[in-house]
Design a protein around this ligand. Structure first.
Ligand code: SF4
Ligand code: SF4
Ligand code: SF4
Length: 245
């Protein structure tokens, strides 16, 4: 019997599901090896019977948390899909303001009908078996994870900072262009796609394991910047992690 796979969306832009749809036709063999029983962006099918649950989005309401816990009870394997799910993502910007104020600004007089809680990543409420970092996640990593789940192999996240892939791509460093880049402390695995496209790294893949903070401090000192400057920028995608500690 094929593993039954379900995708669930919580608070996010649904760009992670869209990215999966973007490469759907390129991996037909892989898709044929599983039964996709729930995937709101592509199908109206619904099922409460699944083996692998992909969780897109962060948890920002009490309802989200209850729904997530029910999914965890049913799923044998639960995967955090994308930055919102892995670290809270940009949704955590609301954590900077009082929750009542957020409700009032968004819903006005209807605010009393809604609840909102500080944004937190999926791991704050349930056990997560695997993480697919990024906004959106890298398609090769998604494919690699699914293959590992099907074959029983261990899925290895990238443990290098983005700088490693950036240097291999022979990019001109963003610091040399007068920009502030989070590549030295951010988990790689995206092939430094933003820098290669002429931008900088905003840290969407979260903090790399054992970041070389001293080296980053030296780089920043060279350009007249501080560790506080770096942490301010890092909060764009990773602000919710402060609440989770
Ligand atoms: S991680 Fe990015 S692409 Fe995915 S739901 Fe969140 S904001 Fe959208
Ligand atoms: S700091 Fe940014 S631009 Fe410079 S090498 Fe690292 S990832 Fe590339
Ligand atoms: S370069 Fe940085 S911001 Fe861009 S995808 Fe990679 S980790 Fe995310």
């Amino acid at each position: 019997m094929k593993p039954r796979v379900a995708f669930f969306d919580f608070t996010g832009c649904e760009g992670c599901q869209l990215e999966v749809l973007n490469f759907y036709t390129e991996v037909v063999d892989l898709i044929n090896a599983v039964d996709i029983v729930e995937f709101r962006e592509a199908s109206s099918d619904h099922s409460d019977d699944y083996d692998i649950a992909f969780i897109e989005g962060s948890q920002t309401t009490k309802r989200d948390v209850e729904r997530l816990q029910k999914i965890r009870e049913k799923a044998k394997i639960l995967v955090a899909l994308g930055a919102c799910s892995c670290t809270g993502g940009v949704n955590a910007l609301k954590n900077r303001f009082p929750m009542e104020e957020n409700l009032k600004v968004v819903y006005g007089e209807s605010a009393k009908y809604y609840d909102t809680i500080p944004t937190r990543p999926t791991s704050a409420y349930v056990k997560v078996d695997a993480y697919l970092h990024g906004c959106p996640p890298n398609r090769n990593e998604v494919i690699s994870l699914v293959k590992c789940l099907l074959t029983g192999k261990k899925f290895e996240q990238c443990h290098n900072p983005v700088c490693v892939e950036c240097k291999l791509a022979e990019n001109i460093c963003a610091f040399e262009r007068g920009e502030f880049c989070l590549g030295p402390v951010t988990r790689g695995g995206c092939n430094a796609v933003c820098v290669t496209a002429g931008r900088k790294c905003w840290g969407c893949r979260g903090m790399v394991d054992e970041p070389n903070i001293n080296s980053q401090k030296d780089v920043m000192a060279k350009y007249g910047l501080t560790l506080d400057d770096m942490m301010m920028q890092f909060k764009l995608f990773n602000g919710a992690l402060e609440v989770s500690k």
